[in-house]
Design a protein around this ligand. Sequence first.
Ligand SMILES: NC(=O)c1ccc[n+]([C@@H]2O[C@H](COP(=O)([O-])OP(=O)(O)OC[C@H]3O[C@@H](n4cnc5c(N)ncnc54)[C@H](OP(=O)(O)O)[C@@H]3O)[C@@H](O)[C@H]2O)c1
Length: 271
Amino acid sequence: MRYETLQNVRLPKIGFGTWTIGGESRADYAQDSRSLRALRSALELGYTHFDTAEGYAAGHAEELLGRAVRESGLMRADLFITSKVSPEHLDYADVLSSCENSLRRLGMDYLDLYLIHWPRRGMHLADTFRALNQLVADGKVRHLGVSNFNLKLLKNAVAVSETKLLTNQVSYSLPDRTSVKNGVLAYCQENDLLLTAYSPVKRRFIRGNRPLQELARRRGFTPQQVALAWLVHQPRVITIPMSFDPQHQAENLVASDIVLTDSELAQFFNL
Ligand SMILES: NC(=O)c1ccc[n+]([C@@H]2O[C@H](COP(=O)([O-])OP(=O)(O)OC[C@H]3O[C@@H](n4cnc5c(N)ncnc54)[C@H](OP(=O)(O)O)[C@@H]3O)[C@@H](O)[C@H]2O)c1
C-alpha cells in the first residue's frame, strides 16, 4: 500500500467508502447482514481509512461501521475514520450536535476527519468553521476538510479555518476530470491538501473503454484496478472505492501498488 503523508497523518492511497452500506438515503435494515459482511471483509483485508457520513442511510452506515470496528477487535488508533456533516446542519449549534450524533452512532469518542459534505447556498462559512474548530479544540475531531467545494469555495474555506484543512473530497475518475479543469486538483497539490477522489470506479465507462481493457489485459490486472492506479499515481490524490464484493475489495487494495509507466500514461490516459 502506498501512502500520502501530511499534517502528521499517513493516509493510505486507497480507503473504503460506505455509501449504500445500510441503505441509501434511508436505513434499510434488511441489508444489515450484507452490509456487515462487506465491512468485516474490508477490515480483515486491511483497509484502515473508512469514509462515512451522517447522511448515509440516515446515520445507519455509521452505526454499522461502528459495530464492525468494535467486533473486529482492531485498535481505534489504527483506523482513520472520516464522517461528514450534511448541508442542512451547517449552523454553529447544528454542527456540534451532528458531530455528537455521529460519534454516538459510531460508538467512538473522536473522528479522525470531519468534512462539510456539500456547500449550501447562503451558508455562513465562518460560523460553520467556528463550530468545526471548536470540535478540534474539544478533541472530538482531529482534522477538518470539505467536500464538493469548487475552487472559490475551497479558497474561502482555507481562509476562514483556524485549523489547516486536510482535504477536499470530490468526484474524480477517468471520465470525470472536473477537478483538473476547474483548478481544484492543482490548488490541492500546490497547497498541501489531499484531493480525495470519490466515485472512482465508473463501471459503464470502463466497459466501453477498449484501450483501458487492453492495458489491463497486458499488465494482468482488471480495468477497475488500472483506473484506480491512474488516480493514485497522482501526488496528493487518495481514493475511497466502495464494494460489497471481497474479491473486488482485495483487488482495489492491490491497485495502489500498480506503477504505470510514463509511456502507458501518455498512450492510454491522454496526459
Ligand atoms: N462526498 C460526496 O459527496 C460523495 C459522493 C459519492 C460517494 N462518496 C464516497 O465515495 C465512496 C465511493 O464512491 P461510490 O460508492 O459512489 O462509487 P465507486 O466506489 O466508484 O463505485 C462503487 C461500485 O463499483 C463497484 N466496484 C468497486 N470496485 C470494483 C472492482 N474492483 N471491480 C468491479 N466493480 C467494482 C461496486 O460493485 P461491487 O459491490 O459489486 O464490487 C459498486 O457498484 C462512497 O462509498 C462514499 O463513501 C462521497
